[in-house]
Ligand binder design. Structure first.
Ligand code: PSU
Ligand code: MN
Length: 308
C-alpha cells in the first residue's frame, strides 16, 4: 500500500519508515535554482552522504514526470541539477498544476514540508528559508515558506535567512503565526552568510535532544505547524558582514531595476550574489548546508528515540 497515491517512495525510504528509522527530508529547489551546475549535484550527493554519516536516511524530494519522489537515485539528482532553472520551481500553489501536467518540478521549502508530512518525515534540513522581502510593504512579497511553517508539522533546520529579506519582518511574521524559532547554540537569529543579525531568537537550545523535546511537546499539545531551527554558519566558513551585505544590496537593487518579481526573484538574487561574490557565496552556502543537514540528522535521531 502506498503512503499516498501521488507519492513514490524509494525502497530505502520505505524500509526506513517501516522500521521507524530517522529520516531527513531534503529539498530540490536548492539543487535546480539555488546553485550552479555541477556544484549543485556534487553538493546534493555530499548532503546525502553527510546525513548518512550522521546515521540518518536522506530523503531528497522532487517531482519527476508528474510523480512526487521521496528518495532519489543519483541519476535523478543529476537530472535536476543539469536541468537547472528549466525545471519549474514548485511551491504550494504550483503542486497540483505540475502534477496534473505530468511535468518535473523542484520543490521549495514549503512544498518539501508538505510532502515530508505526507510521507511521515518530521525533520528537514536545508540552507535558508524564504521570508518577508525588503519591499514587502508595497510588493506584498512574502514567501509561501512562512505560511507553510505556520501550518505543516515539520522542523526545518536552516542557517536563518539571507539578508535579501527583511529579517526583522520575517521574525515578526513567524511570531504572528505561532512558529517557534529555536537558535542552536545561539540566542541570535543567524543571517545565512554571517552568524549574527542583531535579532533575537525565541529560545536558545544547545542539543538535538532538547530540540526534539520541543517538537514532541508542540505536536502532542495539538498545536500543529512547523518550527525553525536556526543553525549559524560554521565560523570558519562565514563571510565578512560588511562586504557580503554590500554584495546583497547591489543584487537587490539590480533586481528591482530590472523589474524582476514573483517566484523569479529569489533565484535571481541567489545567482547574482554568487556572480558578484566571485563564487565566495557558493562556497559558504555549501558549507552551511552540510552543517545544517548534519544537525538535522542528529535531531531526527533524537526525535525518533523520543517517540518510539
Ligand atoms: N534561500 C536560499 N536558498 C534557496 C532558497 C531560498 O538561501 O535555495 C529557495 C528555497 O527553496 C526556498 C525558496 O523555499 O527559495 C523560496 O522562494 P520564494 O522566496 O519564491 O518563496
Ligand atoms: Mn515570493
Amino acid at each position: 500500500m502506498p503512503v499516498h497515491p501521488y507519492l513514490d517512495l524509494s525502497e530505502e525510504v520505505q524500509t526506513a519508515l517501516a522500521e521507524k528509522r530517522p529520516l531527513v527530508a531534503l529539498e530540490s529547489t536548492i539543487i535546480s535554482h539555488g546553485m550552479p551546475y555541477p556544484q549543485n549535484v556534487e553538493t546534493a550527493l555530499k548532503v546525502e552522504r553527510t546525513v548518512r554519516k550522521n546515521r540518518a536516511i536522506p530523503a531528497t524530494i522532487a517531482i519527476l514526470d508528474g510523480r512526487i519522489k521521496v528518495g532519489l537515485q543519483s541519476g535523478q539528482l543529476e537530472q535536476l541539477g543539469r536541468g537547472g532553472t528549466v525545471i519549474p520551481k514548485v511551491s504550494r500553489r504550483d503542486l497540483p498544476i505540475i502534477l496534473a501536467k505530468g511535468s518535473h518540478g523542484a520543490t521549495t521549502v514549503a512544498s518539501t514540508m508538505i510532502i515530508a508530512e505526507m510521507a511521515g518525515i518530521s525533520v528537514f534540513g536545508t540552507g535558508g528559508i524564504g521570508g518577508v522581502h525588503r519591499d514587502a510593504p508595497t510588493s506584498m512579497d512574502i514567501s509561501a515558506d512562512l505560511q507553510e511553517l505556520a501550518r505543516t508539522p515539520v522542523a526545518v533546520v536552516c542557517a536563518g535567512a539571507k539578508s535579501i529579506l527583511d529579517l526583522g519582518l520575517t521574525l515578526e511574521y513567524l511570531e504572528t503565526h505561532g512558529v517557534p524559532v529555536i537558535g542552536y547554540k545561539t540566542s541570535e537569529f543567524p543571517a545565512f552568510f554571517t552568524r549574527k543579525s542583531g535579532l533575537e531568537v525565541d529560545c536558545r537550545l544547545d542539543g538535538p535532544k532538547a530540540i526534539a523535546e520541543v517538537m514532541r511537546t508542540k505536536w502532542e499539545l495539538g498545536l500543529g505547524g512547523g518550527m525553525v531551527v536556526a543553525n549559524p554558519i560554521p565560523e570558519e566558513a562565514s563571510l565578512p558582514k560588511k562586504w557580503i551585505d554590500a554584495v546583497i544590496d547591489q543584487a537587490v537593487s539590480e533586481a528591482s531595476g530590472r523589474g524582476i518579481t514573483g517566484k523569479d526573484i529569489t533565484p535571481f538574487l541567489l545567482s547574482r550574489i554568487e556572480q558578484l561574490s566571485k563564487g565566495k557565496s557558493l562556497k559558504a552556502n555549501i558549507q552551511l548546508v552540510l552543517s545544517n543537514v548534519a544537525l538535522a540528522a542528529k535531531i531526527a535521531r533524537a526525535y525518533s528515540s523520543l517517540t518510539e
